[in-house]
Design a protein around this ligand. Structure first.
Ligand code: PMP
Length: 422
């Protein structure tokens, strides 16, 4: 492993060398989806070119090769998050499906009227709505950990919410809207002390630092391939073996059974029991390649590199008049969420004007409407960084924002006072 050479890294991302009109592409939306390096693009193309077949059932060599590739990807995932064994790593469509799997299979089988699930104000809709559906089906109730004005979880309030009624605590590792890095180890320890299980939404963490599900002692851990330099349509649900084994199936179909009779069926062991139907084999291959790529760079270098960019970007943005940063947690990932207030410029306008300059950011509620309500805004503009971003990206972005604000100021001061009617 060696320190990050962002120019060498950028060259591995063909998409980043394009221009939008006359402007170089500046991609600042990696919290939504990261771009893919040639190592991933080639692995997926290579699979399609010479290895593709349905897995598990055929005797012919091509299918056995595809099965081997798919299971190797699972082993790579297990090593990456330090799972005790590959069978604890289920392939899903992404974080959303991983959480729905737990909410549907574990939630509906376990939750009773009066049981409580603790979520937080920082959650993405995909870690809220599945629990609402499970609560509606079972009579369980949802409690919410509040945040302070910096966007950090109120841990004292969390401790007060925990009780013998708590069955599960489900929180994100990193907030997608604000970048807050949550003290998940501490949260898990407290939950376990209260006799509750934990689900960590790691969608915004896995690409930014080392993940060790055993050190965390997480019961469930979810993430998506497309935020980890891999393809869309593939993700992971990690679960402790004894918990997964005690859960009823999520979906029924081929591959997840042991024996099927019209009188009733028996189910396969892990991981097949939770992977009904033909999976996203090429996606798994791509995710495996993405993990090997990021491991070759060295996960320990990513955090410090991104924090350097974040510090510089924060300094530049703070110097822009009327720009208010939302989310100022002491520990945060490279996410800059902000609004322009003086003069006010809508986030939609900010996004559109930046796009005219080839700069991609996100605007809106970021699938976090309860959080937006708590912050007292309808939406924010969000720039999110990854290890292929560099100082030039930050300068272009900050210069463009300054220009947008200056123009808005000029327009505001040019408004002629209406002549009073006499
Ligand atoms: N949780 C968080 C914190 C996220 O950022 C996202 C993606 N924006 C999700 C869950 C949902 O992930 P996916 O759309 O890949 O299922």
């Amino acid at each position: 492993p060696m320190p990050i050479d962002s120019n060498a890294i950028r060259e591995q991302f063909p998409i980043l060398s394009q221009t939008v009109g006359a402007c170089p592409l500046v991609f600042l939306d990696s919290a939504a989806s990261t771009q893919q390096p040639t190592a991933v693009i080639d692995a997926v193309a290579g699979y399609h070119r010479s290895q593709h077949a349905n897995i598990h059932r055929a005797v012919y060599q091509l299918s056995q090769g595809a099965t081997r590739d798919y299971e190797e990807a699972r082993a790579t995932v297990a090593r990456f998050i330090n799972a005790a064994e590959p069978a604890e790593c289920l392939f899903t469509r992404g974080t959303t499906e991983s959480i729905n799997l737990v909410a549907a299979a574990w939630g509906r089988a376990t939750l009773q009227p009066g049981d409580e699930i603790i979520l937080s104000t920082l959650e993405h809709h995909s870690n809220i709505v599945p629990w609402q559906l499970a609560a509606q089906a079972t009579g369980a109730r949802i409690k919410v950990i509040p945040i302070n004005d910096a966007g950090e979880l109120d841990l004292d309030a969390y401790r007060r919410l925990l009780s013998s009624r708590t069955r599960l605590v489900a929180v994100n590792h990193v907030s997608n809207a604000l970048g807050t890095i949550n003290p998940v180890r501490e949260i898990i320890v407290e939950a376990h002390a209260a006799g509750a299980l934990t689900l960590i939404d790691g969608a915004q963490w896995v690409a930014h630092g080392r993940t060790d599900v055993q050190a965390l002692d997480a019961d469930f851990y979810a993430f998506s391939g497309h935020k980890l330099f891999g393809p869309t349509g593939i993700g992971v649900l990690y679960g402790k073996r004894h918990l997964l084994e005690a859960m009823p199936p999520y979906q029924g179909g081929g591959d997840m059974i042991e024996q099927v009779r019209f009188e009733g069926s028996t189910y396969a062991g892990l991981p097949n029991r939770f992977e009904a139907g033909t999976p996203n084999i090429a996606g798994a291959v791509g995710l495996g390649a993405a993990i090997r790529w990021i491991e070759a760079i060295g996960l320990e270098w990513i955090g410090p590199y991104e924090q350097g960019l974040l510090a510089h970007a924060s300094e530049r943005l703070r110097a822009i008049p009327g720009l208010v940063l939302k989310g100022t947690a002491a520990r945060k990932s490279a996410v800059l969420s902000f609004v322009l207030t003086d003069p006010p410029v809508s986030t939609l306008d900010v996004g559109t004007q930046l796009d005219l300059r080839g700069i991609c950011i996100r605007t809106g509620h970021h699938c976090c409407q309860p959080l937006m309500e708590r912050l007292g805004v309808a939406a924010t503009a969000r720039a999110s960084l990854a290890l292929y971003n560099n100082r030039d990206d930050i300068e272009r972005f900050a210069d463009a924002l300054s220009e947008i604000v200056e123009r808005a100021q000029t327009a505001a001061s040019a408004v002629v006072e209406p002549t009073p009617t006499t």
